[in-house]
Design a binder for this molecule. Structure first.
Ligand SMILES: N[C@@H](CCC(=O)N[C@@H](CS)C(=O)NCC(=O)O)C(=O)O
Length: 219
């Protein structure tokens, strides 16, 4: 895990605003507290150099570019590689970060696939069902989504069991996404199973998570 001195971080605003600076820095396009937080945590945890770039409501990037011409999908996360290539879709960006760093993804055996499976599950079955709450859909749609979320969280809780993290006793990219998923779930009004909530509380104390939350102005 990356070790961070929180005092250094807070006393060096340039670092927490822009992330680590090196010659081959990747740009992570993000909104504070949005699902790009998963990638942000993964970048810090793996030690890959990155720069955070916010997007305005008018889809202008923090460095003055037109976000839609970079990413016609219009949403975050998007990762700009040092050759200008843009990668989108959270699951893919997380897998890219894991592959580039050789961290946060079990190398062999079924756990690697369980990690990717968990990411796909959280993306489609959980994040997908947050829309009625994020976009304030009519109540019946919220009720339906809450039922689906309840089942999905029960399955995730079974998968975690008494392990420290979702697929393993070591953190993976699935946990980076899980952290955001759990951070956002109060908006649905749903209580999550205890082992997931406990994992969320433990993750709040991980230095990479603290750093990401600090850089996004959330703590
Ligand atoms: N399929 C995308 C969805 C990403 C997504 O929903 N991003 C949200 C933030 S969590 C967003 O940018 N919403 C603003 C918009 O769509 O304009 C992924 O999994 O990366």
């Amino acid at each position: 895990m990356a070790v961070v001195n929180i005092v250094d971080l807070v006393s060096d605003p340039e670092r927490w605003r822009w992330g680590h600076r090196t010659e081959t820095t990747m740009n992570l396009f993000y909104y504070p507290a949005a699902c790009s937080l998963a990638d942000h945590i993964a970048l810090i945890e793996t030690g890959l150099p990155y720069k955070l770039l916010g997007i305005t409501h008018e889809k202008k990037t923090e460095d003055g570019r037109d976000f839609l011409s970079l990413n016609p999908k219009g949403y975050i996360p998007a990762l700009e590689l040092d050759d200008g290539t843009i990668l989108t879709e959270n699951q893919v960006i997380l897998a890219y970060i894991a592959e580039q760093s050789g961290k946060l993804l079990p190398k062999d055996g079924i756990l690697k696939w369980r990690t990717l499976e968990a990411l796909a599950f959280m993306s489609s079955e959980i994040h997908g069902n947050y829309n009625p709450f994020f976009k304030d859909f009519p109540e019946p749609e919220k009720v339906r989504a809450r039922e689906k979320l309840k089942k999905a969280f029960a399955l995730l809780a079974d998968q975690m069991g008494d392990k420290a993290f979702l697929v393993n006793n070591e953190m993976t990219i699935a946990d980076c996404y899980l952290f955001w998923v759990l951070m956002a779930t109060p908006r649905s009004g749903l209580a999550v199973p205890k082992n997931l909530q406990d994992c969320f509380e433990r993750m709040k104390a991980i230095p990479s998570v603290i750093q990401a939350l600090t850089e996004e102005g959330l703590i």
